[in-house]
Design a protein around this ligand. Structure first.
Ligand code: FUL
Length: 693
């Protein structure tokens, strides 16, 4: 009897410990997010506000000597900014409180270079306070961008500036309520006004700001904050290495967060990084960060914004979308329209989750326990998840619609509180009893969305083909997003031919040359056609099957470049810079030491009033000119310098650079590169153009 009793006890102890081992919660796999990072991750997307003296000088970077008297917005209304952000579904607003020029949007005690010296509200205004109030009213969180680089301060470069910088941080983090994020821009050091010295001051980005102690101060004043910095220094969030609006398709929320972090690591994260540093994609709704009237026609279109959405939020990142405020103090109507259309389209795309509460099965369930069952991935609860046994790193989960169902989006989320795990996965659809692969990807993270052509299937299978530890999937969503047509691209080659390319083969392209918006009644594009002189081309793509049109794409071209000759260079490839195609580039031979000249014969005398330069668009191409001189000549002998300066922020945002000057007649132009972003001899160009009267 005692023998049986003992056996029974041993057996039940065994079975208790056996089932305990199988259903114990998974252990963390590598670094995990902090509570602040987790709260931030769930915010998804939020607004950025760029407004400063640059708004009044039409610049991207102020030099630091711009007059505070320029700051006099007639209709400044942070309530409008917050109302738009709220309506667009955003969760917060980050305000550029001080940009590189040093001008402060709040009445800082530590400088006169602020709103308190401006005519606006007779020096009694405080933009930060007004925005904090508006955010509160709309239930939005407030964030602050404080530029570490200050081209106004006489102390910049010395220890005294660090005291000044920290004093400003104290003001901003103590007087305006809770701050969810602080942004420390990576653009640091270089030329500036610096109290009238007009010099170049370089600093060591790693040591100068003593980030360790600066962060301590930040966390003490705002314990719930997340700190953004461009990579190293153990910040909470990282830059993604580009301002174009995308993070890598492989995106680990991990980084080796010490030392300098190269661009490619910022873009993709580091699989076995030692710190949790998730990605924030920052981009502007227009090409530039600050308002330029000339960009009114360049507000990002719906398909462009949707691409940004899928390449940020859809790739395990948050999205920080910037609005350039107009001189009046308001967000432009076009930007408002664009963001609201975008928000509506996102809502429509993800309105009906076809996977919700569908029948699920999995190849493995942790300890066969209900707690970790496959249904936990479709139960609409972020806190439950499907998990496998610890030893499993390949597994699949099948969703049964019960009937043929059409879809084109697959959304999947990991339970990241226990780390980011999945390294590779595929999505398959059961069509006519055969499994077809519809998408293949690498990382998942907090949220991954895959887009593919619409498919009708009865079942969908997620195959995790590789994972760092057992996978934990908290959510799967399947959607049938409405089609959104991408605008065609328009270029003009050197001979003057207009070439219009639709994004897909099925669309028909319609265009106009008279400034009117094209419709399916306009001219059909059948192939390149010749043009002379200045032209404005507008085009749409139209889908005959859905009857939908893309947004209008609009390009204006100046004089034709047919007779232009590049002088003194024996390399036919150089003509890539005149071919109108932004994807082709040419680099001067690297044995040339800076300054390097590019001389062009325009073929005849022209009435010039500006020039345009597009740097190499290949992310790794280099050769981006930062400082230039522009000369003109009638005879290729006597040259007149008519424009010189910097291309601000060209490294992070390599856009068309447009420089205007008083009209001048000339037949020859000389574009001189004085300096590039890397400080080497590589000088490249994607395109060069002139602006004529
Ligand atoms: C960059 C800055 O230099 C730009 O002007 C802008 O503020 C952007 C958000 O960050 O690095």
């Amino acid at each position: 009897m005692i023998k049986y009793l003992l056996c029974g006890i041993i057996l039940s102890v065994c079975s208790i410990s056996f089932s305990y081992a199988q259903t114990a919660p998974p252990l963390p796999c590598g670094p995990v997010p902090s509570a602040n990072q987790m709260r931030w991750q769930e915010m998804g997307y939020y607004a950025f506000i760029h407004f400063s003296l640059n708004t009044y000088t039409n610049q991207e970077w102020g030099y630091g000597n711009e007059s505070v008297k320029l700051f006099n917005p007639k209709r400044l209304n942070p309530d409008q900014w917050a109302r738009i952000a709220k309506k667009a579904g955003m969760k917060g607003i980050i305000l550029v409180a001080k940009h590189h020029c040093g001008f402060c949007l709040w009445p800082s005690k530590y400088t006169d270079y602020s709103v308190k010296s401006a005519p606006w509200k007779h020096g009694k205004g405080d933009v930060v306070r007004e925005l904090a109030k508006a955010c509160k009213k709309y239930g939005l969180k407030l964030g602050i961008y404080l530029s570490p680089w200050d081209r106004h301060s006489a102390d910049y470069g010395s220890p005294a500036y660090i005291t000044y910088f920290r004093n400003q941080l104290k003001e901003l983090l103590s007087n305006y309520g809770p701050i969810f994020e602080i942004w420390f821009d990576g653009a640091n050091g270089g030329s500036g006004w610096y109290g009238g010295t007009n010099e170049t001051r370089m600093i060591d980005r790693k040591t100068y700001y003593d980030w360790k102690n600066t962060y301590k101060l930040v966390r003490k004043l705002q314990p719930n904050i997340v700190i953004w910095n461009d990579g190293g220094d153990r910040a909470d969030l990282r830059w993604v290495g580009t301002e174009a609006g995308s993070v890598g398709a492989t995106n680990w929320s991990l980084l080796d967060s010490t030392g300098d972090v190269p661009y490619n690591m910022l873009h993709y994260g580091v699989e076995n990084g030692n710190a949790w540093v998730p990605a924030e994609v920052n981009t502007s709704i227009r090409p530039g960060w600050f308002y330029h009237k000339s960009e009114d026609s360049k507000v990002k279109t719906l398909p462009q914004l949707m691409d940004i959405y899928y390449h940020s939020i859809g790739r395990n990142a948050n999205l920080l979308l910037s609005f350039p405020i107009m001189p009046s103090g308001l967000i432009n109507k076009r930007d408002e329209k664009a963001v609201l259309e975008f928000a509506k389209a996102v809502k429509e795309a993800f309105a009906v989750d076809l996977a919700k509460n569908m029948k699920t099965t999995a190849s493995n369930v942790r300890g066969n326990s209900e707690e970790y069952g496959a249904d936990k991935a479709v139960d609409n609860d972020q806190n439950t998840y499907w998990a496998t046994d610890d030893s499993v790193t390949k597994a699949s989960l099948t969703i049964d619609f019960g009937k043929p169902t059409t879809f084109n989006r697959f959304l999947v989320q990991e339970y990241i509180r226990l780390g980011q795990r999945v390294k590779a996965f595929t999505v398959e659809a059961l069509v006519d009893n055969t499994w077809k692969e519809v998408a293949k990807a690498t990382t998942i993270g907090y949220k991954r969305i895959l887009c593919f052509p619409s498919i009708k299937a009865t079942k969908v299978r997620l195959n995790i083909t590789d994972s760092k530890c057992c996978p934990l999937i908290s959510n799967i969503g399947i959607y049938d997003a409405p089609q959104i047509l991408t605008s065609p691209s328009i270029i003009r080659n050197q001979s003057g031919d207009i070439i219009i390319t639709p994004a897909d083969k099925e669309s028909i392209v319609y265009y106009t040359l008279d400034g009117s918006d094209p419709t399916p009644k306009s001219k059909t594009y059948t192939g390149p056609f010749p043009t002379e002189g200045k032209v404005e081309v507008k085009a749409i793509a139209y889908s005959p099957t859905s009857g939908k049109s893309s947004p209008v794409c609009q390009e204006t071209f100046d004089i034709s470049r047919k007779d232009w000759k590049i002088i003194g260079i024996n390399d036919e490839k150089a003509y890539a810079i005149l071919d109108g195609d932004p994807t082709t580039a040419w680099h001067q031979s690297s044995d040339k030491k800076l300054p390097v000249d590019l001389v062009i014969d325009l073929g005849k005398e022209e009435n010039l009033c500006g020039f345009r330069y597009l740097p190499d668009q290949n992310q790794w191409g280099g050769g981006i000119i930062t400082n230039y001189q522009f000369y003109v000549s009638q005879d290729n002998k006597k040259w007149n310098l008519i424009s010189q300066g910097e291309f601000s922020n060209i490294k992070n945002n390599p856009l068309w650079q447009i420089k205007n000057f008083p009209a001048v007649k000339a037949r020859y132009i000389k574009f001189r590169a004085l300096h590039n972003t890397e400080g080497d001899n590589n000088i490249g160009y994607a395109e060069i153009g002139v602006i004529t009267e």
